[in-house]
Design a protein. Structure first.
Lengths: 464, 205
């Protein structure tokens, strides 16, 4: 029987079988950010376990740094001790830190692919659940907790149990207004937030093959929102074109050797999956979430669901979500007044995302009552966008053009949607209080978020 | 790591699905200079407290028999979402020793086993019955979670078995963490790395 992409990478990284279903797995890349990077390095060192492979560890501050234009590490003082500790601990062991203001700094899941640190066939971990993003380039990537982080620092390995395999195949062409974000939200809506628990997911099918590399990163980013830690897309020519020439990607003859290896990675035709799910792209429209879980999602032209007609076991959750969100069942979601628009996060802050939003915004102006932010994913994306004039498209339309970081996706740097206010956000979680206590979040694609800013309400991007 | 063998006490029914780690602990509490042990007062703050800071009497953790419960009963997908280990520290900080739910977020589940907090997976009908038995005898009912024998004992004395990985059970019962065990395999790790450096030199920067 053939092997899946996941099994090929997993099996080749097993150092030893520990019994009872557990193995010791080699980790090729450890990425650190400011929330847990400095603290975990310090903990490992204090326990007597200095980094065993510092050249496989890379860091950048993103979570607690202000994204205010002209920011410094002092702009949001609570983040200062975290960045200082990250600097001290990384420099003591020669770990590369893409520091504030330097080329390379950005959201950790933007930085890895952008720098060519994320490579097909590698194992990559980070103390963040959206580490699944890196699977878009064919890496086996997953988020871990702080204790596991210390284990990786100390040993460059993890004690892991192999998950089951799921394949989600998207077949057909993307309809107008539909993006990778809509594909993954649609899938989560169909399967629910826990369908992937205990699984690794491979995204396949003609629609995925046709996606550019950045869109594949978006697709894999939300894998954890259906419960799976790992989501991946098999590497192909699109992947290699994206990676070729990037700072840390192999060069010359080494590049050719790497590509030859990567071409052996895709799942064999007779590989078996524990679960298969197929999505017909004809059924995928631009999506918007209505509730407080990513599975609370509908096509933008649909009505807000009625808990009375929903599945019985979800009735209570739906009622609570509608109450928190201040929404009435049965009404169209389109036209719901919006106060904030956030374009950014490890889901949707790459150059292609900013271009898609700018295309909607160009020549228009945001609604007066809306506060609209654009937070590029990295220093490099910011400067590339500025070279194309995207910053002016946004600022002329009344948007704020900010510095790179996680910002209002999780509000860990104090940048919050005020209580009771409604936001359309290109981020990944619409949990209660995620964007600030009492904030009401609707997840959508960058173009949909841009459309909401222009209309001042949830809008159907296809009508703009 | 703290050992876990057995706990007997009140089980608080937080009967909702998808209790995410953002709900368990807000991210800014992990930015502020709060120690791991000091996170307890902030656990579930969004449902324990009203916006004015007063206790919300509707929240189970503010209701008399459940206030200091060492066990939580919940519905599907407890601990989903963010990987923040602070969620486990906050639960421990509020005195929680075990959480019983049909299943857990994968990363949260792993984080629990790194900290001596036991996640127990039981079918939802068993959890609903445990919640009913708790409510039927408020103030007196107690649940026991016994890791050595892998069983939960309900307030009425029913014994409900649960499953746990033998490796993790052993580590929890003895308070072992993985690092020391892995360090003892240093030679195997280095041998793997040496061989990988010639097979995939581009990975080794």
């Amino acid at each position: 029987m053939g092997k899946t992409l996941f099994d090929k990478i997993w099996d080749s990284h097993v150092i030893t079988d520990l019994g009872n279903g557990f193995v010791l797995l080699h980790i090729d890349r450890l990425l650190l950010h400011d929330m847990s990077g400095g603290k975990s390095l310090k903990e490992a060192i204090e326990k007597g376990y200095p980094p065993s492979q510092p050249r496989l560890i890379y860091g950048t501050p993103d979570h607690t740094m202000s994204t205010k234009p002209g920011r410094t590490e002092h702009t949001h003082p609570p983040g200062l001790p975290l960045i200082k500790s990250m600097r001290e601990t990384t420099s003591a062991y020669g770990i590369k830190l893409f520091d504030l203001g330097q080329d390379g700094q950005g959201i950790v899941h933007v930085m890895g692919p952008e720098q060519g640190l994320t490579l097909p066939g590698t194992t990559l971990v980070c103390g963040d659940s959206h580490t699944s993003t890196h699977g878009g380039l064919g890496a086996l990537a997953f988020g871990i907790g702080s204790s596991e982080l210390v284990h990786v620092i100390a040993t460059q390995t993890m004690v892991q149990r192999k998950p089951k395999r799921m394949r989600a195949s998207f077949e057909g062409k993307l309809l107008p207004g539909v993006t990778a974000k809509d594909m993954i939200l649609h899938l989560i809506g169909e399967l629910g937030t826990a369908a992937g628990t205990g699984f690794s997911v491979e995204y396949a099918g003609s629609a995925v093959r046709a996606l550019p590399a950045e869109a594949r990163l978006t697709l894999c980013n939300l894998t954890i929102e259906m419960g799976a830690r790992t989501g991946m897309v098999a590497p192909d020519d699109t992947t290699y074109e994206y990676l070729n020439g990037r700072d840390y990607a192999p060069k010359g003859a080494m590049w050719d050797r790497a590509v030859a290896h990567w071409r052996t990675l895709p799942s064999d035709p007779d590989a078996e999956f524990d679960r298969e799910h197929t999505i017909d792209m004809k059924n995928v429209a631009p999506q918007i979430t209505w509730g407080t879980s990513p599975e609370h999602v509908i096509a933008v032209d649909r009505a807000i669901p009625d808990p009375g007609t929903g599945p019985e076991e979800k009735r209570g959750a739906w009622e609570a979500a509608l109450k928190y969100q201040g929404l009435e069942p049965g009404k169209p979601i389109e036209g719901t007044k919006v106060d904030w628009v956030f374009i950014g996060s490890c889901t949707n802050s790459r150059l292609s995302d900013l271009r898609a939003a700018a295309e909607i915004v160009k020549g228009r102006h945001k609604a007066e009552h809306v506060t609209a932010w654009v937070v590029p994913g990295s220093v490099r994306i910011k400067s590339e966008a500025e070279a194309e004039g995207l910053d002016r498209v946004f600022t002329e339309a009344g948007f704020e053009w900010r510095e790179p970081g996680c910002s209002m996706c999780l509000a860990s740097n104090g940048e919050r949607v005020p209580p009771g206010q409604r936001s359309v956000s290109t981020s990944n979680r619409n949990f209660v209080g995620r964007q600030g206590p009492g904030a009401r979040t609707h997840l959508a694609s960058p173009a949909m978020a841009a459309a909401a800013a222009i209309k001042g309400a949830i809008a159907d991007v296809r009508k703009i | 790591m703290d050992k876990f063998t057995k706990v007997t006490g009140v089980a608080a029914p937080l009967m909702r699905q998808n209790v995410d780690t953002d709900l368990i602990i807000r991210i800014e509490r992990l930015v502020d200079n709060v120690t791991r042990e000091g996170l307890g007062p902030y656990a579930f703050e969004q449902i324990r407290f009203k916006p004015d800071g007063s206790e919300d009497p509707d929240c189970v953790f503010n209701q008399k028999p459940y206030r200091d419960a060492p066990i939580i009963l919940s519905r599907e997908n407890f601990g989903c979402g963010s990987s923040r280990e602070g969620a486990v520290w906050a639960l421990k900080g509020m005195g929680i020793k075990a959480v019983i739910a049909p299943y857990f977020g994968d990363i949260f589940n792993n984080n629990c086993f790194q900290n001596g907090l036991l996640p127990v997976a039981l079918p939802i009908h068993e959890i609903e019955q445990l919640a009913d038995e708790m409510k039927a005898s408020p103030g007196n009912a107690r649940v026991t979670v016994d890791l050595e024998n892998c069983q939960v004992i309900s307030p009425t004395g029913r014994t409900i078995p649960f499953q746990v990985d033998a490796r993790r059970q052993h580590a929890m019962l003895n308070g072992l963490d993985d690092i020391a065990l892995t360090m003892s395999r240093r030679d195997e790790i280095e041998a793997w790395q040496t061989s990988d450096k010639s097979a995939r030199p581009w990975v080794w920067l």
